[in-house]
Design a protein around this ligand. Sequence first.
Ligand SMILES: Nc1ncnc2c1ncn2[C@@H]1O[C@H](COP(=O)(O)OP(=O)(O)O)[C@@H](O)[C@H]1O
Ligand SMILES: [Mg+2]
Length: 361
Amino acid sequence: MAVIHKLAISQFRNLNQQYIEPGSQLNLFIANNAQGKTSLIEAIYYLGHNRSFKTKSLKELIQLNHRQFQLDAKVDNYRIKLEKSKQKTCIDIDQLRLKNSSALSKILPIQIITPDKGFIVNGTPKNKRSYLDWGVFHVEPEFLTDFKKYNKALKNINILLSQQKIEELDNWFLEISQLSTNINIARNNYITELKRINSCEILDNLSDLFKSINTFDYEFKSGWPKEVDAYNTDSIYHYLLKNKSYLLKTKYLNYGPHKASLKFYLNKQEECFLSRGEQKMLSIIFWLTQVSMLVKNNIHPVVLIDDISSELDNIKIKTILNYLQQLNIQIFMTDIGINSLQIESENTSVFTIENGVITRQ
Ligand SMILES: Nc1ncnc2c1ncn2[C@@H]1O[C@H](COP(=O)(O)OP(=O)(O)O)[C@@H](O)[C@H]1O
Ligand SMILES: [Mg+2]
C-alpha cells in the first residue's frame, strides 16, 4: 500500500522549505485561493511521475528567484529524493541514483482527480491515452518496454518515410506491427477487465453519483482503421505493406497505438452529446474504477483530489471519499473551507495553507 509518511518540499512554486507528516488515510488541505493548494497537489504528483500535470516548463515550477526545487519523501519504506534544476535532474531511491523515472511510479502510483488535467469523458485522445496507459502500466509492467520500443520504431519509420528510403521500411513495418499487437492486446485486456469491475460493483456503491438505471459504457479504439485486425501482427503488417506508396506520399504514419482512444457512452449516447455534469460524473466513475482495479491487483495508489468542491456538491464529494476510504488508500484533498464539507474528524488529518506555509491543525 503506497503511503506517504513524510514529505519535505523545498522551493516548489510558492511552497517554501517545509516538512509535513501526512496521515495514512484522508488528508485535507484547507486554504483560500492562491495560497498553495494546487502547488502541493502538483508537488506530490511530480514525485510519482517526474512531471507536472499543469506545465512542461521547469521554470514555472521552481520558486521565483531560486535555481532548483527539491522533493524528499518517505513512501512506505522507501526514501525518494527528487532534485531538479535547469542543469540537472537527480532522482534517488534509498540513495541510489535512478536513470529513468519508471521506478518512481511503481513505488508511488498516483491517481489524480482534478478539472485541471481535463476530464477523460469527451477529453482529448491524448488525455484518454494518458489515463488508460497509467492503468495498463501498473497491471502489466512489460507494457512500458514495448511502448518505448514502439515510439522508437515510429520515429524511425517517419524519418524513412520523409527521406523516401524504401529499402529499410519493411523491417521496421514488421517491428512496429509486432509491438502494436502487444500494446493493443494489453490495452484491450485492461479495458475488458475494467468494464467487468465497473458493471458488477462500483456503480452500486456510487449510486449518489449515478442512477443505476443508466448504462455507462466505453469502447477501446486501437488507432488502426476498421479493416485491420489490431490484435493480429500479420494483419497490421499487410496493411502497412499494402499502403506503402500512400504512406510515402503522406510521409507520416497516421495510424497505430499513438492514435488510440476511448469512446464513452451514457445510455448508448455518445460522449459529445452529454452535459458537462454528466461528462464530469462519468469521468470520476472511470477514475474510481481504475483505482478499484489496481486495489484488486494489490496496488494501492495515492489519490489526489484538487479543486472539485467548486465542481461537485457535498453529498457527491462524500460519496467519493467514502468509496475511496473503504478501499483503504491514502487521499490528499484540497478545499477552500472545512465547514462546507463536514467530514468526520476520525481518520482525517487536517492542514491549513497560508501563503505557501502548510500547518497541521
Ligand atoms: N514558481 C513560482 N514561484 C512562486 N510563486 C508561484 C510560482 N508559481 C505559482 N506561484 C504562486 O503560487 C500561489 C499559489 O498557487 P496555487 O497553488 O495554484 O493556489 P491555490 O491555493 O488557489 O490552488 C499563486 O499566488 C501563484 O501565483
Ligand atoms: Mg488551485
